[in-house]
Design a protein around this ligand. Structure first.
Ligand SMILES: [Fe+2]
Length: 325
């Protein structure tokens, strides 16, 4: 027994509180103590709440922001959608951050790269584009464009009208795991090497509409007609699905462990997430934390993009899904 071991044995001898104090002094916590946050609990309980952001209001504010702030000052002119829970100022859900973003005709939003994976759902756009590793990807209304982690990316706009879209990134997950790296492009604006209309980074609206037409019916009745946009190769932490719901369609209620952000690409309807009912229309965003009861209703023919951590939940074998009443 060396001197240190002898000292610990001497410190530890005594009452239970004395023993616990000694354990604590060595940066350990006894497994039997009562903790403010327990290590395990009965079932999933997200710290985030169901919430909604209205495009009409955000669009108006983005028009105002464009008058007072250029992309020369704001690297990205965007509004981050904060889930309104204490001590949170940027996450929309546990693993996802979302923002409304806008660029004006003729503007460029400088190129940069970062560890976090990112994607955009174009709401109103004719002539905007993203340069991803030198390849210029058109971003018109309804297009979905990926900018995977580590890829240089910047945005520009050659059209006539202000462009608006929704960004989705896995930044909170990068923070949790801690491998964040960020770098501005050495030339500020990455030179274009080629145009990439057909690219694994781009899902054009016309292709999405066609795929939805041919999608098989959903046997569960939970999700409706759904297509998966394959992100598994480039950004496995973000799952992208697009649902096409006919006017009058209602889902059977369910819950699952995936955290899902819905972006309304077309139509209108309502969704009940947990105890909250949201009426939605074009451009609105709804945050659905995992394990809340979900029920949707389409008031018109509707298309919604679902950004989630489902693949991640499945890969970790944390995914669960069940019908509800
Ligand atoms: Fe970025």
């Amino acid at each position: 027994m060396n001197m240190e071991e002898g000292m610990v044995r001497e410190l530890a001898s005594g009452t239970l509180p004395e023993l616990e104090a000694t354990i604590a002094s060595l940066n350990m916590t006894p497994g039997w103590i009562k903790r403010q946050i327990p290590l395990v609990w009965k079932e999933m309980q997200s710290q985030f709440i169901p919430a909604q952001w209205k495009y009409v209001a955000a669009r108006e504010l983005m028009q105002q922001a464009a008058k007072v702030l250029g992309t020369d000052l704001a690297e990205r002119r965007n509004f981050v959608m904060r889930n309104p829970v204490p001590d949170n100022d940027f996450s929309i859900l546990r693993t996802i951050i979302c923002a409304y973003q806008t660029v004006l005709p003729g503007e460029t939003a400088m190129s940069h790269r970062h560890s976090s994976h990112a994607m955009r759902v174009m709401l109103d756009s004719n002539g905007a584009y993203s340069i991803v590793n030198g390849r210029k990807h058109p971003m018109d209304s309804g297009d979905i464009v990926l900018t995977p982690g580590g890829c240089w990316h910047g945005h520009g706009h050659e059209g006539m009208e202000q462009a608006f879209w929704v960004d989705g990134l896995d930044v909170p997950l990068t923070h949790l795991l801690e491998p964040m790296f960020y770098e501005p492009h050495p030339e500020r604006w990455e030179p274009v090497t080629c145009e990439a209309r057909h690219s694994p980074m781009r899902f054009p609206w016309a292709d999405t509409v066609e795929s939805l037409k041919n999608a098989p019916a959903d046997s569960t009745g939970h999700f409706g007609k759904t297509i998966l946009l394959d992100t598994s190769l480039f950004m496995p932490t973000l799952t992208l699905k697009v649902c096409g719901w006919q006017k009058g369609w209602s889902s059977r209620p369910y819950r699952h462990t995936a955290n899902v952000v819905y972006v309304v690409m077309q139509g209108s309807g309502s969704s009940t997430i947990g105890e909250c009912k949201f009426d939605w229309q074009f451009g609105d965003v709804i945050a659905s934390p995992g394990w809340n009861r979900i029920e949707h209703h389409a008031g018109e023919d509707s298309v919604l993009c679902c950004i989630s951590d489902e693949q991640l939940m499945r890969w970790t074998r944390y995914y669960r899904h069940e019908s509800m009443q």
